[in-house]
Design a protein around this ligand. Structure first.
Ligand code: 3HC
Length: 295
């Protein structure tokens, strides 16, 4: 197995920028690919803001910040990922889009390159199958905010070799993360439990069991969660949650994974949460206020 020195990251959104940051912080040369220069700039700005937070707190010095940024390269050209030893994909939860990228990369990268998807809910086997490297295909599922959350789910599919799985576990540890092994089952371990909980919170709101604020307060003060379900939904993104729920519902056909009507309406009208400035809370005010959802 080739040593991992250069990592490619596909997509530089919320997850991709965090993944690129932790790879560069761990000393890997990191090549990020987005579809436009504007998206690359946005992702880079997120990384800089996150590193600056660490500098302000005295957890990182200015010189190390520069070294980390120097390890990062941004491109719109997929061909520049050819020299990577590992490619981590963090694009939208859309199997067709992901597979078109994997097919192209399969022809560009050397036979040793390991492919890893950060998918939250899609089947890893469905991606591995469009490449010639099923044995070198894994899931590496990170959590938001990536620089802070310690967990990575390492997902082994039916074709993943033991050597690739072990290398992926070691890679996650090299990032300072704590890996757990999960089977290639939609939602893996965390989202299998988290997604129905978040959807149940929306259903409770639809039924008038409690207000957004009180349901959030219930779970933070009653269960010690760092964020209540609506704050977390806005943080993860309602668009992302909706896509994950649909994928999990299609896989399991169980009502608990079905996206509630309120979630669908919010997504249809662009209320994606923090990323668009409005979700269950309105982020145009400081502190944010509960959105008027006409309930
Ligand atoms: N980069 C660097 N550091 C960051 C950061 C970032 N993007 N965001 C937060 N931090 C740091 C802060 O600087 C702070 O550091 P300190 O402890 O040294 O002071 C620390 O993290 C805590 O941040 P804050 O004090 O600003 O705020 P909180 O104490 O409220 O913590 C939180 C923020 C860590 C996000 C916490 O609220 C939390 O754990 N929330 C739950 C997050 C969660 O559940 N994530 C999983 C989502 S599910 C998912 O991602 C899977 C996907 O498939 C859907």
């Amino acid at each position: 197995m080739a040593e991992i020195k250069t990592v490619g990251v596909l997509g530089c959104g919320l997850m991709g920028s965090g993944i690129a940051q932790v790879c560069a912080q761990a000393g890997y040369r990191t090549i990020v690919r987005e579809v436009s220069d504007a998206l690359n700039q946005k992702g880079k700005a997120n990384i800089i803001a996150s590193l600056d937070k660490l500098v302000q707190k005295g957890k990182l010095d200015g010189g190390t910040r520069e070294q980390i940024l120097n390890r990062l390269q941004f491109t719109t050209d997929l061909k520049e990922l050819a020299p990577c030893d590992l490619v981590i994909e963090a694009v939208t939860e859309d199997l067709e889009l992901k597979n078109s990228l994997w097919k192209e990369l399969d022809g560009l990268c050397g036979p040793q390159t390991i492919f890893a998807s950060n998918t939250s809910s899609l089947t890893i086997a469905a991606m591995a199958a469009v490449t010639s490297r099923g044995d070198r295909f894994v899931g590496l599922h990170f959590f938001n905010p990536v620089p802070v959350m310690k967990l990575v789910e390492v997902v082994r599919t039916v074709t993943t070799s033991q050597a690739t799985f072990e290398q992926a576990m070691a890679f996650a540890r090299s990032l300072g993360k704590e890996p757990i092994a999960a089977k290639d089952s939609s939602g893996f371990i965390v989202n299998l439990l988290l997604v129905p909980y978040l959807l149940d919170a929306i259903r409770a709101l639809e039924r008038g069991v409690g207000s957004v604020e009180d349901i959030d307060k219930g779970m933070t003060l009653g269960c010690g969660h760092p964020m209540g379900p609506f704050t977390l939904l806005d943080f993860v993104g309602l668009d992302t949650t909706y896509k994950i729920a649909e994928i999990m519902f299609n896989e399991y056909r169980e009502a608990r994974y079905a996206p509630p009507p309120l979630l669908r309406r919010m997504v249809l009208t662009g209320m994606y949460g923090r990323k668009t400035g409005r979700g269950f809370y309105d982020y145009s005010t400081n502190p944010p206020t509960v959105s008027n959802l006409g309930l």
